[in-house]
Design a protein around this ligand. Sequence first.
Ligand code: BTN
Length: 255
Amino acid sequence: TVDLDTVVMGSRIEYYTDLPTTNGEAKKLARAGCPEGTVVVAESQSGGKGRMGRFWFSPRGRGLWFSAVLRPMVNLVETPQVTMVVAVAVALAIREHTGVAAGIKWPNDLLVEGKKICGILVELNAEMDRVNFMVAGIGLNVNIDSSQFPPELSETVTSLKIAAGHHIPRVPLLRTILQSFDFWYQRWLREGFVPVLNKWRELCVTLDCPVTVHTMKDSYVGHALDVDETGALLVQTPDGEVQRLVAGEVSLRKI
Ligand code: BTN
């Protein structure tokens, strides 16, 4: 695209002051046939969605709450890789643009000093074995002060303003993120998952460290060893066994 200097990202940008959720609006546009790279941005979300049905705190004017429509020509089994493409792209954009050392917590949270700064929610629309479209939703806490977070979040979340120590203008930051997202998305399409996975490993802060794993059934303590070639996390339990964890089934706490 001309102004953004990207291949697809931001081919069309829809700006709203308020939406229930940018993912929902992006899905509507995608179903109506919008071009790949269409981005939906909102100043605030009344029903921001997190993973596992959680709520995403999206106060007006203080974050980047946006979703991009993707139409990758890949197999269904490869679609979970998109989340990791986004995590790498956004972590690197934050580092480049602000100097804040954002790291990745498996599978796709971005953390700064152990606290969550960004969440990613990728949704898939497929028929039979064909991908129709995907929506990549990104929620980045930019200019939120610690006193503005709801009390139940205040211990576990942070913002760029808190981490950098000053206000961060959002528009240039969004531009950097869209450019980085475009770069890593194109690279993934051309070169496959390996370069993404290598960069992801470098940025991950929950490898080679003790973790608590929460599944539907139980919780246990283990040691995060690595991710395999599909992006699944390999965790060694105290009895020496290695468990393969697939995103969406479990949550992780670094200890
Ligand atoms: C998570 O960490 O649980 C994922 C959070 C994703 C939040 C973003 S904000 C923009 C987009 N719209 C939504 O409703 N959710 C995503």
